[in-house]
Design a protein around this ligand. Structure first.
Ligand code: APR
Length: 232
């Protein structure tokens, strides 16, 4: 397989989705075994559900946290962490890139490891299997600081991601169905800005127009594509 010559590029962006964590054992959202085929998002992942029954929604996210903590980053995460000059823009909330050693990760859809209070705007990091507390000091329920269905993405985070993608010369999309907007627009932003665009996904996705498509699993193929950078 043709490897990627990093020295040919000045600004690299990895854009990842749930498929990036699939080989770690974290379920994807769509398709067979996907989270949204097991759980109704209207019950667990939208503001209305939270307002109806905050504890039920928080307990669902606690189950997801425990499941993620039982999974570990794979070789593909390691390859990306070994290219610190590259930017990582992820739709994932699982923190797997950080656990692999990537310091700068733009998390478009927030993080399972943060809670926020929508009354007093307090944001709290919380990394345990169980939440330390479900309530803010002000008495309100804390809300997982993630983007649910119907939520608007954080404007500052979107601007940072868009800026980095519009300026890159190599864009590598990994493990996303490319169906959830506005993130689904990033591959075309990269292409229209002149980047060479690669997709890594064992299945066809909703995005087209890549210069190169690698129909392989991320954990298997990233070490091959970047073999020259492998230190682990
Ligand atoms: N390597 C690479 N890609 C893979 C792998 C793998 N080992 N396994 C599965 N995939 C691909 C699937 O073929 C699919 O195209 O990962 C993709 C996962 O798609 P989704 O489950 O739709 O995940 P994602 O695109 O990240 O979803 C976007 O939807 O509900 C929301 O907020 C949630 O951030 C999420 C957003």
């Amino acid at each position: 397989m043709e490897t990627i010559d990093l020295s040919a590029y000045a600004r690299i962006v990895f854009f990842t989705g749930a498929g990036m964590s699939a080989e770690s054992g974290v379920p994807t959202y769509r398709g067979k075994g996907g989270i949204w085929s097991a759980y109704d998002f209207e019950e667990y992942a939208c503001q209305k559900a939270f307002e109806r029954d905050p504890e039920k929604v928080l307990r669902f996210h606690e189950i997801r946290r425990r499941a993620v903590l039982d999974c570990y980053p794979h070789a593909g995460h390691g390859v990306m962490a070994d290219i610190p000059e590259a930017s990582i823009v992820t739709q994932n909330i699982d923190g797997m890139h950080q656990r692999a050693g990537s310091a700068e990760v733009i998390e478009l859809h927030g993080s399972l490891w943060r809670l926020r209070c929508d009354r007093c705007w307090m944001v709290k990091e919380d990394y345990g299997r169980d939440y330390e507390t479900l309530r803010c000091g002000c008495g309100s329920w804390l809300r997982p600081d993630i983007t649910w269905f119907g939520d608007t993405l954080d404007g500052a985070v979107m601007r940072k991601a868009s800026k980095s993608i519009a300026a890159c010369d190599l864009f590598i999309s990994i493990g996303t169905s490319g169906t959830v907007w506005p993130a689904a627009g990033f591959p075309s932003l990269a292409r229209d800005s002149g980047a060479y665009c690669i997709e890594i996904n064992p299945e066809p996705s909703g995005s087209t127009g890549y210069h190169r498509v690698v129909r392989e699993e991320a954990g298997k193929v990233l070490p091959i594509l970047f073999h020259c950078k492998m230190k682990r």
